[in-house]
Design a protein around this ligand. Structure first.
Ligand code: Z5A
Length: 207
């Protein structure tokens, strides 16, 4: 299966994805595995340009539908340019966000038709799915607390209520795809979370 080594991390902002991806990457590298870490939106020249449009606070007129399609466009480019060829070379691909983020942030966050978005996501990513997803679950209060007083981008500026809706979206997605998604309590310590992630990875890949 081409997607066997494809792992994604999901969760609201500040849930600890970047931290945990780094720790998992270090563990895999220490076992001489090849690992590529990709972030979303971004990861290719074109996708990074799309990221600028999406996060720019000046783009107040961006419609919800355009926002949604831009996320898919960025991801489509990433899969076409990088994900497929990396997986073909048997390299672990760890994605900081993938389709679940669009379903949660735009689908559930904007009350859009989730079924429609799922169909577009299949088209945009050539039916490519991670075989394993870690969903780091924290409440919106903790997310804001961890983020501190740094300047917010266009999406971070949407506030508590929006973020809580997104979180509920992630919880629904996790239930629906329980075969692929492992839900983790992201309020635990970094070390505890990392150990629990490693246990799953170790078992799945027989390390
Ligand atoms: N977005 C979307 O709307 N639709 C989509 O389809 C996609 C994305 C793909 C991308 O922002 C934005 O785009 C994102 C969703 C939206 N925005 N929002 N809002 P980004 O790439 O700039 O940022 P992010 O993905 O939201 O990540 P982040 O804010 O950098 O958070 P994180 O990577 O999950 O967390 P972290 O950087 O590892 O940790 C945050 C802080 O918490 C840091 O100080 C850590 O040291 C600390 N931390 C981490 N873990 C712990 C634990 N366990 N305990 C205590 N403190 C911790």
């Amino acid at each position: 299966m081409l997607n066997n080594r494809f792992i994604s991390f999901e969760g609201i902002d500040g849930s600890g994805k970047t931290t945990q991806i780094k720790l998992l990457q270090e563990r895999l590298l220490s076992l001489d595995e090849k690992v590529a870490v990709l972030r979303e939106p971004g990861g290719t020249l074109i996708s990074e340009k799309i990221r600028e449009i999406l996060l720019d606070n000046k783009n107040i007129n961006l419609s919800n539908e355009s926002e949604c399609l831009l996320f898919f466009a960025s991801r489509s480019q990433l899969v076409a340019e990088k994900v497929i060829s990396l997986l073909n070379k048997r390299i672990f691909v760890i994605c900081d966000r993938f389709n679940d983020s669009t379903i949660a942030y735009q689908g559930y966050g904007f009350d859009m038709d989730v079924k429609k978005l799922e169909a577009i996501s299949e088209f945009a990513t050539f039916n490519m799915h991670p075989s394993l997803t870690f969903y780091l679950d924290i409440c919106s209060e903790k997310s804001f607390e961890r983020r501190g007083k740094v300047n917010s981008d266009r999406i971070e500026s949407k506030g508590h209520q929006y973020l809580e809706k997104v979180r509920q979206g992630f919880l629904s997605i996790s239930k629906k795809h329980s075969d692929r998604i492992i839900k983790i309590d992201a309020s635990l310590t970094k070390q505890e979370i990392s150990e629990s992630i490693w246990l799953t990875v170790k078992e799945k890949y027989d390390f």
